[in-house]
Design a protein around this ligand. Structure first.
Ligand SMILES: Nc1ncnc2c1ncn2[C@@H]1O[C@H](COP(=O)(O)OP(=O)(O)OP(=O)(O)O)[C@@H](O)[C@H]1O
Ligand SMILES: [Mg+2]
Length: 264
């Protein structure tokens, strides 16, 4: 039930014998020539099966970091390595194609993955929809689903990529507290069942402590790793648990310091 604290840089508790699922080395990102870097010298290893939450003030570079890890953007300096090639990415908005059904959205990801047999793809889409507890949603269009259901479909679509790494950019931020609570439970169940490495971006300190095995706090201007916490509170956790609340207070204090340092 303890939460040990470690200061950055470094990766507390990571077994260095194991090849990381994600390795960012010296990642720096500058958008304009001669401009200040948004990210500066980020070194971050995520172990296979590890659940890491990335916290930081608005604009500190969390989404930029995920885009670089997902190979949607390139670092100005530094390198990115992801086990088995490419990470799956999930956004705050489900970003489902509205003209396709839930099942067809997943089918598209399966085709991109290279599954050619139609029957095989249908079976896989059904399995994934069952996994996210939407067994009857194959023929539903996104507008026929609630926000929480759409995020479940988006999760199934991300899982369809069959990557060992799942990157999530504030995936539950637009949902109400109860739906978010249910999806936290579902995500942990899935994570335990699949052994995926997860990098989960959030503004919400409680959410980070509810979910993560490690919380990484980014500073702003430039984004650097300011501090990290390894979280040993066993799952299942609840957002209202006393030890989740206590650690959240402490991390919030550090987040506040980061924000006040940069006047945000
Ligand atoms: N394509 C781009 N071109 C120029 N500047 C950009 C680009 N993308 C992001 N930035 C800038 O980089 C900084 C970090 O943006 P980013 O979206 O990564 O922040 P964030 O931590 O995800 O913020 P939020 O919590 O609000 O989502 C911001 O100042 C933003 O304006
Ligand atoms: Mg963002």
């Amino acid at each position: 039930m303890t939460a040990t604290i470690a200061t950055a840089p470094g990766t507390p508790g990571l077994d260095h014998q194991v090849q990381p699922a994600v390795r960012l080395s010296g990642v720096t990102k500058t958008f304009r020539d001669g401009g200040a870097p948004v990210l500066d010298g980020i070194d971050l290893d995520v172990a296979p099966g590890e659940f890491v939450c990335l916290l930081g003030a608005s604009g500190c570079g969390k989404s930029t970091l995920l885009s670089i890890a997902a190979d949607l953007d390139k670092p100005t300096h530094g390198t990115v390595e992801v086990a088995q090639g490419r990470a799956a990415l999930m956004f705050q908005e489900s970003a489902l194609f509205p003209w396709l059904t839930a099942g067809q959205n997943i089918d598209l990801a399966l085709r991109l993955r290279g599954l050619s047999g139609r029957r095989e793809r249908r079976a896989e889409a059904d399995r994934l929809l069952k996994l996210v507890r939407l067994p009857d949603a194959y023929d539903k269009r996104p507008h026929q689903l609630s926000g929480g259901m759409r995020q479940r479909v988006a999760l199934a679509r991300a899982l369809a990529q069959d990557s060992p790494v799942l990157l999530m950019d504030e995936p539950f931020a637009a949902l109400d507290a109860i739906t978010r609570d249910v999806l936290h439970e579902e995500l942990i169940r899935l994570w335990e069942a699949t052994g995926l490495a997860v990098v989960f971006v959030t503004h919400n300190v409680r959410e980070a402590v509810r979910l993560g095995q490690r919380v990484v706090l980014l500073s702003s201007r430039p984004g650097r790793i300011a501090r990290q916490w390894r979280i040993d509170i066993p799952q299942p956790r609840r957002i209202e648990d006393k030890n989740v609340a206590e650690l959240s207070v402490e991390i919030t204090e550090h987040l506040r310091q980061e924000i006040s340092r940069h006047g945000r």
